[in-house]
Ligand binder design. Structure first.
Ligand SMILES: Nc1ncnc2c1ncn2[C@@H]1O[C@H](COP(=O)(O)OP(=O)(O)OP(=O)(O)O)[C@@H](O)[C@H]1O
Length: 302
């Protein structure tokens, strides 16, 4: 293990579960200080990837390095904090007791009061964990990952089940740790979470890395524009006959039609030429969600 090695180095890793290839020749390096969002549909291989990096599982082939060492050696994991998808907390222990118990395993832990404060848990310090709500347990589980002042944290779906306020408390906490230099790898089903947090996005599907880059580059890579417009109900079916529309949806708030297209200028010209009566036209870049759907609908490269 070397202190200058990147926190995560995954090199040509394959991992199977019987006939399922969960990861197929995956390579990925995460440098110190990065905040990486790992995106992928259910079963894409995200949890498997994190389990290899945290030393819980072993790769069938290829190599995984954690700060330059073997993640299966406890000494390599000294700078690692993790929050798995499911966390078991001892139900009769109080929040503060659990935090102190976990902190006791590290040579230089964060003061428990500071940890609880950062995650908005101060008020709950005396509560038994068995009496916490699902969202409160989740926040505690993420806080525990930070107890030992990790240099790298792996968070698997950290905000699943949290309401909007609790999610924002957690995002702020993650941002503050990241600002102090902590490297963060986070998986999420909430694309707006990755948009809000991550600087780099890695899109995984069926065991392959489909895209890896700065958030705006991944969104830009699909070259999609989002054209929103309102049309009278009796003209709606005319939208189906337009060329160059690769996706169609309805905006849940305004009820306007959303058309995804690689060439917004050509599409708008076509709408005008076809004489479709429209109003409230808006053109903007595709969101990460739209880019993600477009990417994961593609065929997996050979
Ligand atoms: N212990 C296991 N035994 C058998 N198959 C497994 C096991 N763990 C994962 N798999 C399979 O490997 C593939 C990748 O699973 P993985 O849990 O890594 O996906 P994921 O991207 O984390 O999905 P999710 O978003 O649903 O958590 C899936 O097809 C899954 O069914």
């Amino acid at each position: 293990m070397t202190s200058t090695a990147p926190p995560v180095e995954v090199d040509r890793v394959t991992r199977r579960f019987d006939a399922t290839v969960a990861l197929d020749d995956v390579s990925l390096t995460v440098q110190e200080g990065e905040l990486v969002g790992l995106l992928g549909p259910n079963g894409a291989g995200k949890t498997t990837l994190l389990s290899l990096v945290s030393g819980v599982r072993r790769a069938d082939s290829g190599t995984v390095r954690l700060f330059g060492g073997d993640p299966r050696d406890a000494s390599s994991r000294i700078h690692l904090g993790t929050t798995p998808q499911e966390t078991g907390l001892p139900p009769t222990l109080r929040v503060r007791e659990v935090a102190e118990f976990v902190a006791g395993h590290y040579p230089d832990p964060l003061p428990t009061g500071e940890l609880l404060e950062t995650f908005g848990l101060t008020e709950l310090a005396q509560r038994q964990t068995g009496g916490l709500s699902g969202g409160q347990k989740r926040r505690l589980a993420v806080a525990l990952a930070m107890a030992g002042r990790p240099r790298l944290v792996l968070l698997d779906e950290p905000t699943t089940g949290l309401d909007v306020d609790a999610r924002h408390v957690l995002w702020d906490a993650l941002r503050s740790f990241h600002a102090r230099g902590v490297t963060v790898v986070v998986t999420s089903h909430y694309l707006e979470e990755i948009e809000a947090l991550a600087e780099r996005v890695v899109v995984v599907d069926r065991g392959h890395v489909l895209a890896d880059g700065a958030l705006r580059d991944v969104v830009g890579r699909v070259h999609l524009r989002r054209v929103t417009l309102a049309v009278p109900a009796d003209s709606e079916e005319r939208l189906d006959r337009l060329d160059g529309v690769v996706g169609r949806d309805t905006d849940p708030v305004s009820g306007r039609h959303v058309l995804l297209t690689p060439d917004a200028d050509a599409l708008v010209r076509e709408v005008v030429t076809a004489g479709v009566p429209f109003h409230d036209l808006e053109v903007r870049s595709a969101s990460l969600e739209e880019a993600f759907l477009s990417l994961t609908r593609r065929e997996v490269p050979a």
